[in-house]
Unconditional design. Structure first.
Ligand code: DGL
Length: 270
């Protein structure tokens, strides 16, 4: 049993997809969230820069005495997987839990993977799926405009800009006949409904935030690190730029007002 908070980080808003699911599955746990909004996007940067950012993000969370760290970021999980070896607490990224679910769900053994350019260039999802089953065909597509869309609040499924952008990236993927698509960047579940409207409801969308939260809960349970509190858990949010845009999307996505509860910090001090 352990009452310490769970630490979750991402380059921006994407990790909230894991936070929403963690709250659903483990409602009594406290959460400390860091969104590196001053340096988003990560997915267009070099591997060396992404690793440096990820090391600073984890150092910040460890200062809050977290009992586990979740890299709720497909890019960090793909490029900086070495992180887990240096941490004094349990760690998970998003790639393993998500690939496992996709390999289980696909019926025609054709899986699409969408993510940031750094994630797609790393082939992290493709290689792990092939280690489970090398008969699964994996179609990879980077979607570099999705993160700026979400960070700018274009998350409504009826917004024509959002729909056209999704069509541009996903129509070629759909032509290959995939029956399952991994949302390999945690920002993408925020526009899941808009993605589903383009690819059709028969295509299974694997939500990286959800699968990671389910897997993190399993690790905490098996390590006897769950809280014994019966009170609703508290969440603290930190960002590295002005909280305004973050608060607006977080309110819509988490379904609660986080205004005045988001604190700006200087991540370069870590
Ligand atoms: N949510 C991050 C991911 O899962 C976005 C990365 C970025 O900032 O480009 O990859």
């Amino acid at each position: 049993m352990n009452k310490a908070p769970i630490g979750v980080f991402d380059s921006g808003l994407g990790g909230l997809t894991a936070v929403r699911q963690l709250r659903r599955i483990l409602p009594n746990e406290d959460i400390v969230y860091f969104g590196d909004t001053g340096r988003v996007p990560y997915g267009t940067r070099s591997n060396a820069t992404i690793k440096r950012y990820a090391a600073q993000d984890t150092k910040f969370l460890l200062k809050h005495n977290v009992k586990m760290i979740i890299a709720a970021c497909g890019t960090v999980s793909s490029v900086a997987s070495n992180l887990k070896h240096d941490l004094p607490v349990p760690y998970t990224g998003v790639v393993s839990p998500t690939c496992f679910e996709a390999a289980r769900v696909t019926k025609n053994k054709k899986v699409g993977v969408i993510g940031t350019s750094a994630t797609i260039n790393s082939h992290s999802y493709r290689d792990l799926i092939h280690s489970f089953d090398d008969k699964i065909e994996v179609v990879e597509q980077d979607c570099p405009l999705f993160v700026p869309l979400v960070e700018s609040g274009f998350i409504d499924r009826d917004d024509p800009i959002t729909r056209l952008t999704i069509e541009r990236y996903l129509k070629p993927v759909m032509k290959t006949g995939v029956d399952t698509i991994i949302l390999g960047c945690t920002h993408y579940p925020i526009i899941k409904s808009a993605i589903s409207a383009v690819v059709g409801e028969k295509v299974s969308l694997i939500d990286s935030g959800r699968e990671t939260a389910v897997y993190a809960a399993k690790i905490l349970r098996e390590s006897d690190l769950l809280t014994d509190s019966d009170k609703p858990g508290k969440s603290e949010f930190f960002v590295s730029d002005t909280p305004d845009g973050f608060e607006n999307v977080a309110r819509v996505f988490l379904g609660e007002n986080v205004e005045h509860t988001v604190e700006q910090i200087n991540i370069e001090l870590y």
